[in-house]
Each structure stands twice: as C-alpha cells, then as structure tokens.
Design a binder for this molecule. Sequence first.
Ligand code: ADP
Ligand code: MG
Length: 188
Amino acid sequence: MSVTAPVFRLDGVGKRYGETTALDGVTLAADANEYMSLIGPSGSGKTVLLRTIAGFEAPDSGTIEVMGRDVTHVPAHQRGIGFVFQNFALFPHMTVYDNVAFGLANGDAPPERGTIVRRVNDILKLVGLSGLENRGIHQISGGQKQRVALARTLVTEPKLILLDEPLGALDANLRARMRNELRAIRER
Ligand code: ADP
Ligand code: MG
C-alpha cells in the first residue's frame, strides 16, 4: 500500500498585523478526499488562514506544503489551489459563461477554444446553471452567483478548493440545498 502525502500541511504558521496576532503557530493537515471545515467566531483568523494557504498572504513563520511540495514562497497562481471568495468576486460586466471561462482562457497555458467551450459547459451543467450562460451577473440570484463562483473555480481543476463562508450569503433554504449540493459535487 502506498502512503500519500496530505493534500496540504501547515506547520507552525504564524501571521501578525501590527499588534494583532491573526494566526498563532497553526499546525494542521488534510488528507486526500477529506472535507475539512474551520469553525470559529468572527475575527478568529479563518479568512487569514485560507488566504495564507492559497498564497494571497505570506506567513511570518512556519511552512505550507501542498501535495507534498513546500509552497511557502510559491506565488498563489502556481499552487494549484482554487479559492471561492466570501463575496464571490465575480466580474459584474461579464456573462455567466465568460465569468467561468475567464480563468481557463487567461491561465498560464490556455486550452484550445473548443476545449474551453466543452469544459465550461460541463461545469455549468454540474452546478445546475445550464441555460443561464448568457445572463449578466446582475440578472441572477444570490444562489446562482454562488454557483458561478464555484464553477469558475472548479473549471480550472484545482487539487484543493478553499471556500470562505460559502453559505454565508444565502438564505436558510438555499443554504441547506447548497450544502447538499457541495457534498454531491465533491463526490463527483
Ligand atoms: P475571520 O475568522 O472572521 O475570517 P479574519 O481572518 O478575517 O477573521 O481576521 C483575523 C484577525 O486578523 C482579525 O483581528 C482581523 O482584524 C485581522 N486582520 C485580517 N486581515 C487584516 C489586514 N489586512 N490588516 C490588519 N488586520 C487584519
Ligand atoms: Mg472571514
């Protein structure tokens, strides 16, 4: 039997902002296919931790490994990590399709146009957005925006996906539905 490296491993990760200690020696690892949730009160460092794993923030101390590779000093776009931002951070003047295609078409090694079209359409189907390709972002609901944000990340096929309060912007009904859908999408 082979022993695989954890999908990510943090060792003694610290981050301060002036007088504020946002992360204090965080040691944590997740295995392949694991679904991990970070729970804590507002201001406890959840967002800073996710941003540090993704590479949007540099830690003051400690190391970060992703798929067995030390990425502590590797730029965010070279870490193979998908990030779904709390406010979704969609492009408001682009269509649903273009929002999802953007990361593929503008990545380091963009696939051919036909491949982009196929992959975007497959992902839109997976998250239940088929038929809304040509809608503007202001023409869809909060739950649909959440799906666009998820699709935009999934389409780049990241090894690890980080979601910052993925259900926070949704009402109670949608929250329960989306929670089940996230589970189903993860299985696939
Ligand atoms: P949450 O668990 O609510 O996501 P955060 O990770 O956003 O908490 O914040 C953790 C702490 O770090 C808070 O005290 C916050 O004010 C502080 N913090 C986060 N980002 C910055 C920043 N860019 N500059 C200064 N302080 C920050
Ligand atoms: Mg937060």
